[in-house]
Design a binder for this molecule. Sequence first.
Ligand code: ATP
Ligand code: MG
Length: 412
Amino acid sequence: MSERVCLVHYHEIGLKGKNRSTFENRLLSNLSHALKGSGAQKVRRISGHVLVESEDGLATPQMARTIAQVPGVARVSLAYRCALDEEEYCAAAVRALQEVESPWESFKVHARRSSTNYERHTLEMNRIVGSALCDAFPTKKVLMHGPDMTVIVHAVQGDVYVYADTGPGVGGLPVGTAGKVVSLFSSGFDSPVATWMVGRRGAVCVPIHFSGRPMTSDASEWLCQDLVEALAPAGIIGRMYVVPFGDRQREISLVVPQSLRVIMYRRVMFAVAERIALLEGAKALVTGESLGQVASQTLDNIAVVNEMVSMPVLRPLIGSDKQEIMRRAEQIGTHEISSQDAPDCCTLFMPRRPETHARVREVHEAWDAFDHDEMIEQLVRDIEYVDFNQCPSYKPPRELRARHLELAPAEW
Ligand code: ATP
Ligand code: MG
């Protein structure tokens, strides 16, 4: 009886020329990490694919589902591995079609050979497997163009891999190939999705959450931890920073005009996030902002907050509607957690009428009404963090506390 293995297909990596092997190696180690404890034994490269073999020779649909969530995976197929033996691979092709769950009426066979000295030509293999399938499924049609199912029979070295069903992966690039970002992370719907999107493009993501503690409970921090756990299969996060912000928000709320409070909070948040990014060696910030969604997300307000930082701020959701964001949250497993309500720093001391089109001069006046430099220093000094063993390419900064002073940007 043939073994079951997972065949992982990747396409974008192929476009990266000389970087190809770096990308492939990163994908291999990310897959190994994601599959820990799943029964997978070996993850290795074969002829433009990654092969995942399991301890008992029976790779499972669950393994394939895990693999599908790893950035860089275009498709994954649960395949039969057969000897170079017609009878064996024809039987596997029959089984592969029998297992297809969705209804199908037509099929074709697509045989391939790579680095093998198998004497059969692909045309012969197509004919041999095709006729076995016609015998097994007499009511189904062979269709060369646009069949419902394509049975792949791929001879590689001394084996033949056979599969019919193949599932989509999340695509993107292996995490660890695009540097590091710090992501402003709340327990709402948007920022976990934004973080995941940048992670899918290969960036290691370091979330930073501003909690209302001690003015609120730590409920939002627990939700953020749950969200990070939910994102585990993507392998994008190694550490989350938490900033207890409640007391500082109160200080701000006492001295700045009510309508500008949120902008002040956000300026402080951006400044602290950039400081952490410098410590982490991250090259950009990420937010879940979407144009016009709430008062702070107008172009005017984005501008007066953005001026706090000199590194790029990535906003992958800027053009997305809430419905699209919620659908994505469902797919990546964060929707249910984000639906739970927890007060965080953004719900604390909220003005009744936040400014929607802040004027730069007024913002600067309000900003100078409190000792912002000292506040930012203090927040960076008091920062807390939680580590997660999810991202093999995350490297924590060595001397978090010793280094933050010397890395402070000279002037804002
Ligand atoms: P989200 O659903 O991500 O909370 P939102 O729709 O509630 O977003 P805002 O509250 O205006 O929108 O926040 C915009 C962005 O600012 C968020 O997507 C996130 O990147 C960042 N942000 C908001 N609250 C926090 C927080 N408590 N800690 C860290 N970042 C935050
Ligand atoms: Mg929010």
